[in-house]
Write a protein that binds this ligand. Structure first.
Ligand SMILES: [Zn+2]
Ligand SMILES: [Zn+2]
Length: 379
């Protein structure tokens, strides 16, 4: 692309550097903490397992299938992980490809993302929503992972220097037009109402912190930096829904970008997120609340951690075992244990315990046998 090299003053073909974003300004170590998976809790959750599992699924189904949407269609949703809490509540979670351009699982992945972030976003009230969108002429730089990383770091550093002690950064690859790559960042922070003059000043400051003088000179106030104040919890929740929405919805014609973003985390954060929630979902959002628990790896019934089995099972098995969808992509399975015997002396209790253990054992045997059969069928 032409536009870019001219204005850095650097020759083309030299070592990559983004014109709008000189590299020198930032010690990489200062925000190294936000790289990696910021949301990985101490115990593994289903999310941590997904990429390797899809690889497993890849190998088990037709090898060499391309990653086009047809290939995705076949595998996506065909497998599940089985999990159980210490109280015997049993669950299965369906495994999806998670590619934003795969229509069949797009909204499911969106709900899961919302659920994973909700406990953090509930700490924001009022919230502020910044949007930073580089100009079209610079977009070519953000087709490279390095260019994107640089901008993300600069934006975080800039917002930190404006005294934002924490924030959630959402990476978007497209705007409203799914055919035109348009990398931009949405950032949720603890917000306040800003008087228009103050806001203009902050915007100007951010532009200077994010872009280099050449870019400021060329684009000035047209460098898109916007702020939206979110004073009510309803608005904060809508902002979360909006920020987590998948934007890369069309693979066709965007293969290069798809290649470049493979495995990239689309959400970063900085600061501490350990406060009590400032707002709660309405009663009608029970399903989402269950999803929040499950995404945290907690049993939605008793709150105990769920241990997820690492071997994927065919999703048909979940259905045939009487799995009932309790929330997006998660299924509850009938309990393996018989209900506890009424308390009537030690013997009776012991007897009940043994019976339950035995029943659980038999069920498990049956389950493993089924698993093996199912696995064979699907090879
Ligand atoms: Zn999918
Ligand atoms: Zn439980």
């Amino acid at each position: 692309m032409v536009a870019v090299s001219g204005y850095t003053g650097e020759g083309r073909g030299e070592k990559q550097s983004s014109p709008g974003i000189p590299e020198t300004n930032l010690a990489p170590s200062s925000i190294a903490v936000i790289d990696g998976d910021p949301f990985a809790p101490k115990k593994p959750t289903v999310g941590d397992f997904l990429p390797p599992y899809l690889d497993v699924v890849d190998q088990r189904s037709t090898p060499g299938t391309d990653l086009g949407s047809n290939g995705l269609d076949e595998k996506c949703g065909q497998w599940a992980l089985y999990g159980e809490c210490q109280n015997g509540h049993r669950f299965a979670v369906q495994i999806f490809c998670g590619k934003p351009w795969h229509e069949a699982c797009r909204e499911i992945m969106h709900r899961r993302k919302i659920a994973r972030l909700l406990p953090k976003v509930q700490q924001l009230l009022p919230a502020g929503h910044w949007v930073i969108r580089p100009p079209n002429e610079l977009q070519v730089w953000f087709l490279s992972r390095r260019g994107r990383r640089l901008l993300i770091k600069r934006v975080i550093k800039a917002l930190k220097s404006l005294e934002y002690r924490r924030g959630l950064v959402f990476i978007h690859y497209f705007g409203d037009d799914p055919t035109r790559f348009a990398f931009h960042l949405d950032v949720l922070v603890d917000g306040g109402w800003l008087e228009p003059e103050v806001l203009e000043e902050l915007k100007a400051k951010l532009r200077r912190l994010i872009y280099n003088p050449a870019a400021i000179k060329r684009w000035g106030d047209t460098l898109a930096v916007n702020y939206h104040f979110k004073p009510t919890w309803g608005q904060v929740y809508s902002a979360l829904e909006y920020c987590t929405r998948p934007t890369f919805t069309q693979l066709e014609g965007n293969e290069r970008a798809a290649d470049s973003i493979r495995g990239e985390r689309t959400i970063r954060r900085w600061g501490r997120w350990d406060e009590e929630p400032k707002w709660q979902l309405g009663e009608s959002e029970k399903k989402l609340q269950s999803l929040v628990s499950l995404e945290k790896g907690e049993c939605p019934v008793c709150g105990k951690p769920i241990i997820w089995n690492k071997n994927p099972i065919p999703f048909d098995l979940v259905r045939s075992q009487g799995g009932v969808e309790i929330t997006t992509g998660y299924y509850s399975l009938p309990p393996t244990r018989s209900p506890p015997a009424p308390l009537g002396g030690v013997d009776q209790r012991l007897n009940g315990l043994l019976k339950r253990k035995h029943a659980a054992f038999l069920e498990r045997e049956e389950y493993l046998a089924q698993l093996a059969r199912g696995g064979d069928q699907c090879r």
